[in-house]
Design a protein around this ligand. Structure first.
Ligand code: 5GP
Length: 120
């Protein structure tokens, strides 16, 4: 299972400003930035600012404001990159079987080209 939050994970360092990111959006609850190894013309990561490892951790411990703010930010980022009409994909890897690499809950927004079947 997933252990307790590791404050030395790479997204925690980005949130603290210890390593840079290409920021696309920020508010009190959320930071969105370009993935360092983009898999599509648009590949943005949206992360809550709080220390949540998994989706369950986020939904159980975050406030309603954080949860609403996170969801709105995902929609805002998609709109910001004009992805609503062509479409896009949201992916959240959670835990070992998903291959989640960074133990800070995040959602990927991928778009800008036809993405093909999800489980290719
Ligand atoms: P996961 O597999 O955990 O869902 O995805 C982690 C994502 O974070 C990967 O797509 C990876 O390219 C991205 N990533 C890892 N390290 C960094 C970094 O230092 N900066 C940015 N912007 N993205 C990163």
């Amino acid at each position: 299972g997933i252990g307790k939050y590791d404050p030395e994970n790479i997204f925690a360092k980005i949130l603290r400003g210890e390593i840079p990111c290409k920021k696309v959006f920020e508010n009190d609850y959320v930071l969105a930035f370009h993935d360092i190894a983009p898999k599509a013309p648009v590949h943005v990561l949206v992360i809550p600012k709080g220390p949540y490892v998994s989706f369950a951790d986020f939904t159980q411990r975050a406030s309603d404001k954080e949860i609403v703010g996170f969801n709105k930010a995902v929609g805002d980022v998609a709109r910001m990159f004009r992805l609503d009409e062509p479409g896009y994909r949201m992916i959240g890897n959670v835990g070992q079987d998903s291959g989640q690499e960074v133990p800070h809950f995040h959602v990927h927004i991928l778009g800008g080209r036809p993405l093909g079947p999800m489980l290719a």
